[in-house]
Design a protein around this ligand. Structure first.
Ligand code: PEP
Ligand code: MG
Length: 583
């Protein structure tokens, strides 16, 4: 038995067999054995991957030579040298025979050693070739795995997926009924894997660093998504303990069901709109089942992923209309697409960036590609004819961007008007506040929009300079940091001064312990994963607004995130105790 600690990403307990997923673009390849009879096939597979990679590189070299010049094309000669290195090829083939493991595993270990030896060489030029070696290595591995990478669509039994990372396209094709848990090497609480797992209500732990190396296909594991623990090959008594935990969690969730149809209102009558975040149109069923007042964040970029073309206006219109009609008369906020960061498209040729979260992402990409953006704007406007639809822009950093986006929206409206296509002329438009510059200048932004929605997932990473998906610095990712609380307070107070409403839609909104502060800050709307809504509603219905404001006033005087968390833990218990006494 082995217990691994990671980051709790989606609550619940799963007990089941491991389904190990390869990661095609990384050298973290799990060790998998093969039968003696498979050796010749494995060697052929390796040789074919080399041939295919060679052809790819020759192709790129020719293209670059024609388009940019011979001297740039010469870089690819270094790539070819790796593929043609006899010693490396012989060693891989020998080890496949001797060790009876997959070609990609042997190749990745040989390659790692190769890289290490280059790094030790006292020659700048040769050391710099390491990135070429890594590059060609990735290509070979991709070609090796690409042909036989298991598809999540094929899963037949109930399994727990263990992976380096699970991409949005993996989750899109996954047979959801048979996937009972997730555990990944990388990622943080707000990475797309964590967000997806929560919306699918699958227990998950992320950021385990090397879980893919600690398990084999078919091992039994326990995923405890609340504590962030994965237990490999547990003892019978450990299994029993977690089965009891599973029952406790199910009873807890059942107990919360009664809140579904009750209003989200404090004991002294302040009403807060409790909304849900979704990634896919079909999630509206779960949103309704958990008693949401509406949808506070529909992340539309998932419509653009896992496909070879862009969704056209009509397809988008049908998807948005479906969500609006399903939810009517409740409101729906569509967030215009936010690609980049940790969500990419393979076919859009977005350049590789050193800092994708600081790069060409979301509204920046949209403003640079107005035609693509306007397909979406027109689709949203058309869907606004069918219910209560609002829209908002992600990653606004200043008023100039907001004005440009609104200008394109006006153009889209004019295009529809010219064709006499009906839409809601008074559609409410908001800005996400998720960049510190926007939080600080929100008084200026407020003049251009009808509402703000604070995206704390990004706001925290930018305010604290902590990459939201990097597990190594996850301990610094503190929603309760005084800097974050002060930014939130500024946005809510300023928004209200300027007479616009303010919501919050980052993962922080789904942490029940933080609910008293969010209510006390005066937020008008809280939007989070459907699965978290009943618990949040329970807390809101158990306290008064006056009490929440007092808690917030005190919390704003504290000096560290840890002090805030300790105090809020105590208050959280107190609120629950008092609500039991009052019953
Ligand atoms: C956020 O940044 O808080 C947010 C809700 O958007 P996303 O997680 O999609 O970046
Ligand atoms: Mg964001």
């Amino acid at each position: 038995m082995k217990a691994l600690r990671g980051i709790a990403a989606s609550p619940g307990v799963a007990i089941g067999k491991v389904y190990l997923l390869d990661h095609e673009d990384h050298q973290s390849i799990p060790k998998k054995s093969i039968k003696e009879s498979q050796i010749p096939k494995e060697i052929t597979r390796f040789q074919e991957a080399l041939t295919q990679t060679r052809a790819e590189i020759l192709n790129i070299r020719d293209k670059i030579s024609k388009e940019i010049g011979q001297e740039h094309a010469d870089i690819f000669n270094a790539h070819l040298m790796v593929i043609e290195d006899r010693a490396l090829i012989e060693e891989v083939m020998e080890r496949i025979k001797k060790e009876r493991v997959t070609a990609e595993f042997v190749f990745s270990t040989v390659l790692k050693r190769y890289v290490q030896s280059f790094l030790k060489i006292d020659d700048e030029y040769l050391r710099e070739r390491v990135s070429d070696i890594n590059d060609v290595g990735r290509r070979i591995i991709r070609n090796l795995i690409g042909t036989h990478r298991r598809s999540l669509a094929e899963i037949q039994d109930k399994v727990i997926i263990i992976a380096y990372d699970i991409s949005p396209s993996d989750t899109a094709v996954m047979n959801r009924k048979n996937v009972i848990g997730f555990a990944t090497d990388i990622g943080g609480r707000t990475s797309h894997t964590a967000i997806m797992a929560k919306s699918l209500e699958i227990p998950a732990v992320v950021g385990l660093e090397s879980v893919t190396h600690q398990v084999k296909d078919g091992d039994t594991v326990i995923v405890d998504g609340k504590e962030g623990v994965v237990i490999v090959n547990p003892s019978p008594s450990e299994i029993q303990k977690y089965k009891n935990e599973q029952i406790r969690y199910q009873e807890f969730s059942r107990g919360l069901k009664k809140f579904r149809d009750l209003p989200c209102i404090t004991t002294d009558g302040r009403r807060i709109e409790l909304a849900a975040n979704i990634e896919l149109p079909e999630e509206t069923t779960s949103v309704i089942a958990h008693g949401a007042d509406g949808i506070g964040l529909y992340r539309t970029e998932f419509l653009y992923m896992n496909r070879q073309d862009l969704p056209d206006e009509e397809e988008q219109y049908q998807a948005y209309k479906r969500v609006v009609v399903d939810m009517a008369p409740k409101p729906v906020i569509i967030r215009t697409f936010d690609l980049g960061g940790d969500k990419f498209l393979s076919h859009l040729e977005m350049p590789h960036e050193m800092n994708p979260f600081l790069g060409w992402r979301a509204i920046r990409f949209c403003l640079a590609s107005p035609e693509i953006f306007k397909y979406q704007l027109r689709a949203i406007l058309r869907a606004s004819a069918h219910g209560k639809l609002r829209m908002m822009y992600p990653m606004i950093s200043g008023v100039q961007e907001l004005k440009q986006a609104n200008k394109l929206l006006e153009e889209a409206k004019n295009e529809l008007r010219a064709k006499k296509i009906y839409f809601n002329e008074k559609i409410e438009v908001g800005a996400m506040i998720e960049i510190p510059s926007a939080a600080i200048t929100c008084d200026i932004l407020a003049q251009e929009v009808d509402f703000f929605s604070i995206g704390t997932n990004d706001l925290i990473q930018y305010a604290l300079a902590v990459d939201r998906i990097n597990e190594k610095i996850a301990y610094l990712y503190e929603p309760a940091h005084p800097a974050v609380l002060r930014l939130l307070k500024n946005v809510v107070d300023t928004g209200h001064e300027k007479k616009i409403w303010v919501g919050i839609c980052g993962e922080m909104a789904g942490d029940p312990m933080l609910t008293p502060v969010l209510v006390g800050l005066g937020l008008d709307e809280i939007s989070t994963s459907p699965v978290m809504l009943p618990e949040i509603k329970k807390i809101i219905r158990s306290m008064s607004y006056a009490e929440a404001q007092e808690i917030t006033r005190y919390v704003m005087t504290l000096r560290t995130g840890a002090e805030v968390v300790n105090y809020l833990k105590m208050k959280y218990q107190q609120i629950l105790r008092n609500s039991l006494i009052k019953k």
